[in-house]
Design a protein around this ligand. Structure first.
Ligand SMILES: *Cc1c(COP(=O)(O)O)cnc(C)c1O
Length: 461
């Protein structure tokens, strides 16, 4: 414990309720219920203030990819804190960790990326994207090219620009949106693909919605298209293999910039270094955050491809944008240690060749459970769609919040699994053993059984 006091769970909860407004939380109902106090982490496990051990199936919040307690990252932070805890990059200055991380990112990202702009988070990275793509078209003398196209149910963060890019109505409804951002429908087969002949046909159909939208707006007004290779917070929605190459073709046809939000998919989660490599497309810009430091310390940013970099560097003049913590030396030092760990331990290859295929196999078996309508995985991400009736794929009334019921059983039973509506999702650390995958699947089975019994008891089945 790094806090100065030892308190009982009740005392922690009371102080939390009195002063701490949690993100994406109904403050009043949480205060009434009492929050869970997480006090320690090691490898893929967490412990709460009651001493209960929990398997962290969500890697914190999609970020603790190398697991808790990795000494390399701890040492990197400690050493850098002692050497130089902060200096900025604003006034023609820089620091060794920021330089070395820029160099290493250019090495591990696809070849078109030779430049990076640092931010403090994924949301800030996406704010940078909005300013950067609009600046790009301004410099090229096409200032009318302002519109950015995104997708419904996308998540791109929660600042005003990030929330506007995202496609979540609950976010749009609170605080409004910035202009010139429009959304097309997501490539979610379970919800929108029932009429399609096949999964792959649906991918082409979903991509065609972008072509239609660009034509409707006028290509000369469209700056960029942004998407997550696999939608994460939207529910681990894995698109058909046909989707992204077709999106690429459509962007190329119209000269529209293609942006891959790699905040979740980056740094090995999908079994390649970046999700765009798994899905076979070539973005002009990539947002990253989360896994870049395995969440040990905040860092985000934008990889800038040569198409954009050449314009901004050669013709752009001063770019009036940046953050106090752009290139923060401690964050960059931790990222360096994290990426070197991933390289040295062969984490990406292991996700691709061993862990990902094993998770896919074990998730497919969950389809036999009476509550499960479909499962999807991609690398070390998985989704389980809960349904009321398996044969007809009838879903539950959303007001019942069946996903939250299931999530409650998981939490009570020592497993962190997230609920997105009635889609239960995992994104566990990339350093699991196969035995730990089995342990997680065993817990998921138990939680599904507990949920089934509970729903019957409530008379909802
Ligand atoms: C988490 C997330 C963000 C926002 O990152 P923050 O660090 O929370 O600001 C952006 N895009 C995607 C795809 C994310 O999952």
């Amino acid at each position: 414990m790094t806090t100065t006091t030892q308190r009982s769970t009740r005392e922690w909860q009371a102080a939390d309720a009195a002063h701490y407004l949690h993100p994406f939380t109904d403050f009043k109902s949480l205060a009434a219920k009492g929050t869970r106090v997480i006090t320690r982490g090691d490898n893929i496990y967490l412990w709460d203030s009651e001493g209960q051990k929990i398997l962290d199936g969500m890697s914190g919040l999609w970020c603790v990819n190398v697991g808790y307690g990795q000494q390399d990252l701890i040492d990197a932070a400690t050493t850098q804190l002692k050497t130089l805890p902060f200096y900025n990059s604003f006034f023609q200055t820089t620091t060794p960790p920021a330089i070395e991380l820029s160099e290493l990112l250019a090495e591990v990202t696809p070849p078109q990326f030779q430049h990076v702009f640092f931010a403090g988070s994924g949301s800030e990275g996406n704010d940078t994207i909005v300013r950067m793509v609009r600046r790009y078209w301004d410099v090229l003398g096409q200032p009318q090219r302002k519109v950015i196209i995104s997708r419904n149910n996308a998540y791109h963060g929660s600042t005003l620009a990030g929330g506007s890019l995202g496609g979540m109505s609950g976010i749009h409804a609170q605080g409004g949106v910035i202009p010139d951002i429009v959304h097309i429908e997501q490539p979610f087969f379970f919800e929108h693909g029932r009429q399609s002949r096949s999964f792959e046909d649906f991918g082409l159909e979903a991509a065609s919605w972008l072509d239609r939208k660009i034509t409707e707006i006028g290509a000369d007004k469209v700056a960029a298209f942004i998407g997550e290779p696999v939608q994460g917070a939207g529910g681990v929605i894995v698109p058909p293999a046909s989707y992204w190459p077709e999106i690429q073709r459509i962007c190329d046809k119209h000269g529209v910039l293609l942006v891959s939000d790699e905040v979740i998919c980056g740094f090995g989660r999908t079994g390649q270094w970046f999700g765009c490599e798994t899905f076979g497309f070539r973005p002009d810009l990539m947002t990253f955050a989360k896994g870049v430091t395995s969440g040990y310390i905040p860092l985000g940013g934008v990889m800038v491809g040569e198409r954009v970099a050449r314009v901004l560097v050669d013709q752009g003049g001063e770019f009036n944008h940046g953050y106090t913590y752009s290139g923060h030396p401690v964050a960059c030092a931790v990222a360096l240690a994290n990426i070197r760990f991933i390289q040295r331990e062969g984490v990406v290859e292991r996700v691709r060749n061993e862990l990902g295929p094993y998770l896919a196999k074990r998730f497919a078996e969950l389809n036999e459970h009476p509550l499960v309508g479909e499962t999807q995985t991609c690398g070390m991400m998985g989704a389980v769609q809960l349904v009321k009736d398996k044969a007809s794929r009838t879903v539950f009334d959303s007001s019942l919040e069946v996903g939250m019921v299931c999530r409650g059983h998981c939490f009570g039973n020592g497993l962190i699994m997230r609920a997105v509506g009635d889609r239960m999702i995992v994104a566990p650390p990339l350093v699991m053993t196969l035995a730990q995958v089995d342990e997680m699947i065993g817990l998921i089975h138990q939680c599904l059984d507990l949920t089934l019994a509970d729903l019957k008891h409530r008379g909802w089945l």
